[in-house]
Design a protein around this ligand. Sequence first.
Ligand SMILES: Nc1ncnc2c1ncn2[C@@H]1O[C@H](COP(=O)(O)OP(=O)(O)O)[C@@H](O)[C@H]1O
Ligand SMILES: [Mg+2]
Length: 273
Amino acid sequence: MVSESARNVRVVALASGKGGVGKTSISVNLAVALAREGQRTMLVDTDFGLANAAVMLGVNPPDTIEDVLEGRLPVEAAMHVTGDGLRLLPGASGVLADTAPLETANRRLAEGLRRQSETLDFVIVDSPSGVQPQTMRYLAMSDRVLLVLTAEPTSFMDAYATVKLLSLDHGYTAVSVISNMVDSEASGRDLFGRFHDVASRFLPADLRYLGSLPRDEHMRMAIMRKQPCVTAFPESRATAGLARLAQALAAHDIPPSSGGSRFLGLEHLDGVA
Ligand SMILES: Nc1ncnc2c1ncn2[C@@H]1O[C@H](COP(=O)(O)OP(=O)(O)O)[C@@H](O)[C@H]1O
Ligand SMILES: [Mg+2]
């Protein structure tokens, strides 16, 4: 297991169940905030239906994760490096062509990420909404899932379903919560408390609280400008909250799990290094 302890990169995947709660916005802004703090960061957009991360970053790269999964390009060629030094593997809009078995496709992605991993501190994975098997598989391959929760009952229920599937079907328990669109830090903490009470009563999850993000129209206005909020509105409450989340994530205890190793394909090295 030498390769495990030698690995510094942390693979963090955003999840929610429900759509429209802020996964992509938070992925993009967290990734930019981390990159600006000097954390070597890659953003991987695994939303094959609504590949929005590139749009929110204001870039339009020609190649996507689909080129990697289908074996046309290595990760190095398909990724786009932004002005902040963030490495983006853009999502693909449309369904993955059924040319290769999923196992083969995922292995190509894992091997490409493994090559990058030696020069990375964070891989941020944006996920589609919903609880599709492939989505759950990617989540369960990360070192830590960041579950985005809002005060809406539907968000609460869908987040619960996500944690349930992860823990019961995949034996995956490493979940940290971000309370989004909250009125105050106290209500964010309260929302987490209620979720924690219910989920930990019924599910074997290691639930932790990463922090909250206030409801702030600048998040939406930034998308209209095709810029991350942290770039477009540096003085906004949202940007302050995103910077706090980035710092909390950098300080969060995220030991590389065997899950992240699967994502990065590192399990092949076990026993060799
Ligand atoms: N903290 C926030 N305050 C206000 N609006 C937000 C906040 N977070 C996200 N949004 C808005 O919510 C909408 C959905 O966000 P998005 O990131 O696309 O969600 P998801 O990826 O979960 O579907 C966007 O219009 C975004 O601007
Ligand atoms: Mg999204």
